[in-house]
Design a binder for this molecule. Structure first.
Ligand SMILES: Nc1ncnc2c1ncn2[C@@H]1O[C@H](COP(=O)(O)OP(=O)(O)O)[C@@H](O)[C@H]1O
Ligand SMILES: [Mg+2]
Length: 352
């Protein structure tokens, strides 16, 4: 765990409720919460950074000249191996830390300067929710809601029950939070971010540490939220996850942006793999090499390689002539991982 100052940790806890709305922020301050529509053109990017850079005091260049554009209504995956600068970027976007240089706009407003106007429209979950273990899930949410001066106390119960229902925690709402599984804690954190309608949800590694079932639940929830028009910005070090849920993605490595765009376009930028399914892998590999296929890799019961420029049917015919028993033959669609490998020349490091 990184070290944080108390003040920073407190600001973070506030960001988790979504509202930049600690008790010190008075409703009506700076004209009060900004009405929908006041935050600029609805088709404008929800997040836009220019040369955003963060060098920590120790000298670590965590984010290096980042130009990020998150379209409105997207499910935007912020993908990168551990240590690539995702959390640092998110903390700058949420106004929790100052950039060393460059600018960040969220909902059209400069951050951190416009935090008070912007954060009430943003639900954020950064590095796990801050919860009181001795309180029930429900009481944790009631506490979060009470800390938001813009939240009407008369409708508090309803808001909390709706949020609990949304994340599937109604039945467990009376249990103490310390008895919650990691997945339940993540969902409770999400519920806190959902107490108010948001234009933007920012989720930092929301499935970290969850089992496959927990990950599926979070993915389903993210899709539901986005279908209501909320822009969702989620970070992950898991390629698979981004590919399954996101419409757009940005790929980070060592603090730098490698690429960004629609997931379908990113994957299309890389060529697919020729895949031959066969019990005769050694013979198949030899024939493919003879036919000029590059980067031939033998796996269990299949051989893959770079698809050649010419006619694929000729390749299949050559296999048959050489008496290779072919069970399957085709070109698999390129994945985001192929794109990543093509762009960086490295495998995507998914190790923790
Ligand atoms: N508070 C900090 N002080 C100094 N270095 C930090 C701090 N937080 C993160 N870093 C460093 O900055 C780099 C990016 O970290 P981080 O933004 O947490 O990446 P990610 O979220 O992608 O794992 C890493 O090298 C990390 O060690
Ligand atoms: Mg992180």
């Amino acid at each position: 765990m990184e070290e944080r100052s108390v003040a920073e940790a407190e600001t973070e806890a506030k960001a988790e409720t979504g509202a930049g709305a600690g008790p010190d922020v008075v409703a009506g301050d700076q004209g009060g919460p900004v009405a929908p529509g006041d935050l600029g053109d609805p088709s404008a990017p929800v997040i836009a950074t220019r040369s955003l850079t963060k060098r920590y005091r120790g000298g670590q260049l965590a984010v290096d000249g980042l130009d990020l554009t998150v379209p409105a209504g997207s499910i935007f995956g912020f993908l990168g191996p551990n240590g690539s600068g995702k959390t640092t970027t998110i903390r700058m976007l949420m106004g929790l830390i100052e950039p060393t240089s460059g600018t960040a706009r969220v909902l059209g407003q400069p951050m951190p300067r416009s935090s008070r106007a912007v954060l009430p429209h943003v639900g954020a979950l950064i590095e796990g929710p801050a919860l009181y273990g001795f309180l029930s899930g429900r009481d944790n949410l009631l506490r979060y809601d009470a800390a938001d001066p813009t939240a009407d106390p008369r409708t508090r119960r309803t808001r909390v029950e709706t949020a609990l229902d949304r994340v599937g925690l109604s039945a467990a709402a009376g249990k103490k939070a310390r008895a919650y599984s990691l997945g339940m804690k993540q969902r409770l954190g999400l519920a806190a971010a959902l107490l108010q309608p948001r234009k933007l949800l920012v989720l930092d590694e929301p499935t970290n540490g969850l089992d496959p079932q927990g990950m599926r639940e979070i993915r389903t929830l993210v899709r539901e939220l986005a279908s209501d028009g909320t822009t969702v910005f989620l970070s992950s070090h898991l390629l698979d996850e981004i590919e399954q849920v996101c419409t757009h993605a940005a790929v980070m490595a060592q603090g730098r942006l490698i690429t960004q765009g629609a997931v379908a376009d990113l994957a299309a930028g890389a060529r697919g793999r020729l895949v031959v399914r066969t019990p005769d892998t050694a013979d198949a590999a030899r024939v493919l090499k003879e036919q000029g296929v590059a980067d031939v890799v033998v796996e269990e019961e299949r051989v893959t390689g770079e698809p050649p420029e010419g006619e694929l049917a000729d390749l299949n015919a050559a296999l048959v002539v050489a008496r290779v028993r072919v069970r399957g033959f085709g070109v698999e669609r390129a994945s985001l991982e192929d794109a990543f490998v093509a762009l960086t020349g490295e495998g995507f490091d998914v190790a923790g």
